[in-house]
Design a protein around this ligand. Sequence first.
Ligand SMILES: *Cc1c(COP(=O)(O)O)cnc(C)c1O
Length: 232
Amino acid sequence: MNDSSIHDRLENIVKRIQSAAIASGRDARSVKLVTVSKTRSADEVRAAASAGALIFGENYVKEASEKIALLQDLNRPFHLIGHLQSNKAKTAVRLFDLIHSVDSENLARELDKQAQKIGKIQGILIQVNVGMEESKSGIDEAGLEALVRAIHTLENIRVLGLMTIPPFDLDPEAARPYFRKLRLAADRIRYLDLPNIRMDELSMGMTGDFETAIEEGATLVRIGTAIFGERS
Ligand SMILES: *Cc1c(COP(=O)(O)O)cnc(C)c1O
């Protein structure tokens, strides 16, 4: 994908995000785009950044680490949106402003420990497997409250909201009930009013369904293909 098509595609996506927000009676600025750059080169990330992309999302710690090293001068935040193993927590807290994929007490404790070592408060989201798919990571809805209660006293992580990946379907309407479930789950957790637990962010919606996600309350949409083209 050349720079000018990345530019045009990004501009188009930003317009679609804003229209979807406004059509749902929301402030256009209440939805942030996470430009998903997994498998993309540092040069493609640069092209997207110069076209106005503010936040990048990566799936793999090693790939992100190599890419971010080449992009220090950009000064853009990177989010981790892929599954994280505890043994990579140390690297992850050094690289990512927000980790979308926390789904266990163990991982949260390890992130807290590593963040404490470098004097950071690590923003995290809890990934919820609202579709109860065996193939997907994420905690089941039934375990969400217990997880949040177990980690709310950890001082070096801050839970900022929830993330989900609904079961794959070509029809964006099929995702709507799952997006709604995530929003309602966030409402329930917010009602517990636990210290260190905020429910400001809902990370949901990708290329095929981000407008539906925005209608259901998404504050972070994670979009790759619509900006960079199909991944090979
Ligand atoms: C790859 C990926 C995306 C982006 O998907 P597209 O369909 O390319 O927009 C979003 N979220 C997660 C967790 C991903 O792994």
